[in-house]
Structure formats: C-alpha cells, structure tokens
Design a protein around this ligand. Structure first.
Ligand code: 6PG
Length: 480
C-alpha cells in the first residue's frame, strides 16, 4: 500500500477542500463522484473502510456525513478496529446531542477522539462554505482547527467556525440553530399570511416588501430567499407558492429543541409554537372539514395606512425575532449550567453570521452584545436590543391586534409578545396558581417578603386550611 496522503476522510459524499479521501457504502457512488464532481481535484476515492483508513495521515480524521441515528454507530463500529489511539471520528450529521455525549464517552474510553459537529448551510453552504459548530473531545480541536476554519464560510475575514465545547455541545448548538430556523421561518410565513389574506396583496407585491426588508434590520438569508420564492412563477406565469400544499414537513430537530426547552424549564415559546404550527398544518383534511363549520370574524377590508402597516409588520417581525433569539440563548445558557459546558455566546453568534440557514446581519449585533457582556442574562438586558424592542413595541402590538380582529393566526408573533409582557412583569399571576395548588393538593406556597405575619412565615413552605375541612398535612416538597 502506498504512503498515506489524505488529510481527512469522508464517509458519505459531500463537497470539501483539502486532500480528501472519500468513501461511500455504495461504492459505485464513489466512482461516479470521482468521475464528475471531484474530477480534476485532489480528492481520492476509497472502496472500503480499510482502504479509506490506510490512505489517511495520522492522526486520522474521518468525517461521517451520514443520516443521523443508527448509521452513525454502524460506521463507528466499522472504523474502530482500523483506527489507532488519537485518531479522530467526526460526525457532521444532525445527530441528537445525547447520542453525541454517549459516543464521545465511549470512544474516549478507547483512546479515540470524537467530534460531533453541527454543519449548516444546505447546498449553498456545501459550495461556498458552511457554518461549522464542532464540539466533543477537546484534544481533537487543535488537529482539525485549520481544516475546519478554512472550510467554513468567512464573514469579514472571520471563519464561521469555532470550538463550541465538550461532549454534545456542538450538536446541541446546531439543534438550537435549527429550532431558531423553525422560528424564523414561521415568523416569515405569518408575515406572508398577514400581507396576503389581511392586506390582500399579490405574491409579487409581497416579494417587493421582503426585498425592501432585506435592506434593513431583517437583512438575512431567509428573507432573501423568501422574496425569490415569492417571485418564482410556474409555467402558466402564476406564482408557484399558492400551488404548494400547505402541510409542513419536519425531521425533528425543532421538536428536539422544544423538548430540550421543556426539560431545562426554559420558556422557549416561539420555537415551540413554530413546531406546533407545522403540526397543525399537517392536519390538512381535518382543517378542511373545520373550515366548513367554524366561522371566523366577518372579513373587513383594511382601511388604515398601508405603508404604516407594512412598517409595523417589519417591526413586529424584528421584535419577535429578538424574542426568539433571546429565548434560544437563554436555553443554551441554562443547559450549559446544567451540563457543565462553557459556551462562548459571542462565538456562537459569530458562527451563525454566515454559511448557515439563519445567517443574518442581526447575528452580528448579538455577537456584539455578548462580546460586551458574556454574562448577559438575556438579550433584552443589552442596551441595543432593549432599545430595539421598545422602538418596535407599538407596531408589534398593532399588528397582532389587527391579525386577531381579522382571525389570521399569528402563533409566533403572539407568543413572542406574550413572553415580552411576561418577562417584563415584576408580578405574574403565579400567586393564584400557588393558592390553587395548595387548596386542592396541599402543595404549599411561600409568602411575599414584607407580607409575612405569624401564620405566613418568610422562607417557609406554608399550607393553609382553605376550607376549614382539610387537615394540616402538606405535601412535602416545595418546587418553585
Ligand atoms: C441546515 C438545516 C438542515 C435541516 C433542514 C431541514 O442548517 O442546513 O438546518 O440541517 O435539516 O433545514 O429541516 P426540517 O426538515 O426539520 O425542516
């Protein structure tokens, strides 16, 4: 066998730089890849895992770009016997982070290194550089840093890639990225619905609005592609979008984020609503039946100032986006605390500035906020975002109020505003919830400091005999 030449091995076929040795389970795909996409490049092929490993320089670095789930474990098992101490397996799929934590531990115990890397960017990312979010065995980072940072998209000369943290941190951050992607998409869809069903605009007019928004605070990949999508015509010259069945698919990463939020006890409501909106969309047959028997409000033509309304909608979208990212970063902060990760929030925002689906100018502002204060409790405490949310507030409220009157659902816009109003409330009605819990189940409550008396003692779990019938036995654990 000749001298190893490969800097990195690739399992599953995608596009990369450097001397790549590529292997695919269906070996005819390797040959087709070498004859086409990889023609004239330094990319080499391998027809077996063994050959792949033999062609790589040490420490060997092998990226798996295969479907998340059992296929990852399967390839790890195939690779293991051929690898030596210090070799690195990198999983570049959308793996669920608990799997990545498990795989890191297992491989580290065998002297191998494991990296679970978030990779975002779709086809465009593959061509012009993706956003890469690697995490896992820290010892692997120096060995892969150069290749990763050179392969990633660059923004202002900075790579959209940095070390995220230990264990499953990279895949966790990619999961939150995807959840935020769901949220951004849902917000855009709601804005489209308001413009279409509310104002009665044509797709071309809506595309122009999105194109304008793309020059301001909403400047982002998703706004840009939405304008292009709305302009796209079918062969009959009509916009294609209304011909697409309104049932959204999902592969599960948004759902994972919502579940992670529930597990962490963090109110990541916008991503949750975005996932549920996809679920509701998929109940198509049932919605058709419901539409025949459930009437909404009488449709009234819009009589206000259209220009003002469209500006308000831009602000509503912007403010809701601020809330969504606020929630996403709160979730990452809580999980980092729970799992003992040290996450660099400015770095994460920088990784998302380019290459990925949620790339935007806005992420530069988030990076700046965390750069100023890495301990920021939430983005709403940052001056820039605090002012932006205040400025957006009147328009944001007007849009939601109008949508409610029209009967147009805005789950993402509305939950964002509800979070904003809840978060800024010194007092929320959880006092009444506590009273109810104590009334029906003796679950106890605590007293507001300053309101204590002989019965209501500060810091104690109190149970009141609300009806005069119950006993004095209270449930044992107090949970705030
Ligand atoms: C990316 C995307 C990608 C994701 C798709 C589809 O960052 O490139 O997040 O990883 O799989 O967007 O996701 P759904 O099928 O769940 O919408």
């Amino acid at each position: 066998m000749s001298q190893p030449v490969g800097d990195i091995g690739l399992i599953g076929l995608a596009v990369m730089g450097f001397t790549v040795v590529a292997y695919n389970r269906t070996t005819s795909k390797v040959d087709a890849f070498l004859a086409n996409e990889a023609k004239g490049t330094k990319i080499q092929g391998a027809h077996s895992v063994e050959e792949l490993v033999s062609k790589l320089k040490r420490p060997r670095k092998i990226i798996l770009l295969v479907k998340a789930g059992p296929a990852v474990d399967d390839f790890i098992r195939q690779l293991e016997p051929h690898l030596e101490k210090g070799d690195i397996i990198i999983d570049g799929g959308n793996s669920h982070y608990p799997d990545t934590i498990r795989r890191s531990k297992e491989l580290e115990s065998k002297g191998l290194l494991f990296v679970g890397s978030g990779v975002s960017g779709g086809e465009e990312g593959a061509r012009y550089g993706p956003s890469l979010m690697p995490g896992g065995s820290p010892a692997a980072w120096p060995a892969i840093k150069e290749i990763f940072q050179a392969t990633a998209a660059q923004v202002n000369g900075e790579p959209c890639c940095d070390w995220v943290g230990e264990g499953g941190a990279g895949h966790y951050v990619k999961m939150v990225h995807n959840g935020i992607e769901y949220g951004d998409m849902q917000l855009i869809a709601e804005a489209y619905d308001i413009l279409k069903r509310g104002l009665g605009l044509h797709e071309d007019e809506i595309a122009d609005i999105f194109n304008n928004w793309n020059k301001g605070v909403l400047d982002s990949f998703l706004i840009e592609i939405t304008a292009n999508i709305l302009k796209f015509k079918d062969d009959d010259g009509e916009p294609l979008v209304p011909k697409i069945l309104d049932q959204a698919g999902q592969k599960g990463t948004g759902k994972w984020t919502a579940i992670a939020a529930l597990d962490a006890g963090m109110p990541v409501t916008l991503i949750g609503e975005a996932v549920f909106a996809r679920c509701l969309s998929s109940l198509k047959e049932e919605r058709i039946r419901a539409s025949k028997v459930i009437a909404g409000p009488q449709k009234e033509a819009f009589k206000g100032d259209k220009k003002q309304f469209i500006d308000d909608l831009e602000q509503a979208l912007y403010a809701s986006k601020i809330i969504s990212y606020t929630q996403g970063f709160m979730l990452m902060r809580q999980t980092a605390k729970d799992l003992g990760w040290t996450l660099n929030y400015a770095g994460i925002a920088r990784m998302w500035r380019g290459g990925c689906i949620i790339k935007s100018v806005f992420l530069g502002d988030i990076a700046a906020a965390y750069q100023k204060n890495s301990n920021l409790e939430s983005l709403l405490f940052d001056d820039f975002f605090n002012k932006a949310a205040h400025k957006a507030q009147p328009g944001w409220r007007r849009i939601i109020a109008q949508a409610v009157l029209w009967g147009i659902p805005t789950p993402a816009f509305s939950t964002a505003l509800a979070f904003f109003d809840g978060y800024r409330s010194e007092v929320v009605p959880a006092n009444l919830l506590q009273a109810q819990r104590d009334y029906f189940g003796a679950h106890t409550f605590r007293v507001v400091p300053g309101k204590e008396n002989t019965k209501l003692k500060l810091g104690e779990d109190i149970h009141i005999n609300w009806t005069g019938r119950g006993g004095n036995v209270s449930a044992s654990s107090y949970s705030a």
